[in-house]
Ligand binder design. Structure first.
Ligand SMILES: Nc1ncnc2c1ncn2[C@@H]1O[C@H](COP(=O)(O)OP(=O)(O)O)[C@@H](O)[C@H]1O
Ligand SMILES: [Mg+2]
Length: 243
């Protein structure tokens, strides 16, 4: 794993030497393609294993009572999720641009999230404030959606049973601000620095890729993502995007 100091050295080398910049960029790109390909290739047989186990479970429901059965199914699910996130993580800064209404996208995300909470009969209160006519946005629609889903998922996971989540959006000149605020468990100050690092998780069953992927995507759009949090009180993530 490269540390910040190595990344700074690499960036300096790239700035100073055009040839080095070209070679390093190519190497980084190859590296990302390799990781994504491996993740993808492992995901395929794993999907087969998972389907086979599900068929066994349908044909022989008694297996559900076997010791370790549920744990095995959960572990396979976790591996699939990890491989999927790893694959998306490595494609995080490759954007497929289109021009779209950011207001529609955000409103649709808010509606889907509210419906999913309803379906789960969750006691979490969700509210949103998304102004009309935010304007056209040029960016990767699917990846922006991925960021919002990650932030909302984290907010939900931070609330043990009852609580509230608010999505608020505003535009000031050419900057769009999107905030996801929850009154969940909060983040201890000593962790705030590290939560955007890949594989850094403080959750049982977490992959630690959600925030690092989100940061990559937002920075690839020329934006920024920041967090304020108070342990025991709640957390607010703010995404700023040039529009
Ligand atoms: N809204 C939030 N409230 C409290 N902690 C959070 C919140 N969002 C993120 N975190 C912390 O940041 C860590 C990293 O988040 P993330 O990258 O999404 O990975 P994961 O959710 O898989 O753990 C989480 O494990 C959690 O400790
Ligand atoms: Mg997460």
């Amino acid at each position: 794993m490269m540390h910040n100091i190595d990344i700074n050295k690499m960036n300096r080398l790239m700035e100073e030497n055009k040839e080095a910049k070209q070679i390093i960029s190519q190497l980084l790109e190859n590296h990302q393609v390799t990781v994504s390909t491996i993740a993808h290739e492992i995901r395929n047989p794993l999907t087969l294993v998972s389907s086979a186990l599900q068929i066994i479970q349908v044909q022989h429901p008694e297996v559900k009572e076997f010791s370790h059965w549920k744990q095995t199914m959960d572990d396979i699910d976790f591996m699939r999720q990890l491989l999927e996130e790893l694959s998306t993580f490595n494609n995080g800064n490759t954007l497929h641009y289109s021009v779209f209404s950011i207001e529609h996208l955000l409103k649709n995300i808010a509606i889907s999230f509210a419906i999913s909470l309803d379906e789960e009969e969750s006691e979490i209160e969700f509210s949103s404030s998304i102004p009309d006519s935010l304007g056209k946005f040029t960016g990767d629609k699917i990846k922006i959606e991925e960021v919002l889903l990650n932030l909302l998922k984290n907010a939900k996971e931070a609330i043990s049973d009852k609580g509230s989540i608010r999505l608020s959006v505003s535009r000031k000149n050419d900057i769009l601000s999107i905030q996801v605020k929850d009154n969940g468990c909060g983040i201890p100050s000593e962790r705030l620095e590290s939560i955007f690092e890949p594989f850094k998780t403080y959750k049982q069953g977490g992959t630690g890729l959600g925030l690092s992927l989100s940061k990559r995507i937002i920075e690839a759009h020329g934006g920024s993502i920041s967090v304020t949090s108070k342990e025991g009180n709640g957390t607010a993530f703010t995404v700023k995007l040039p529009i």
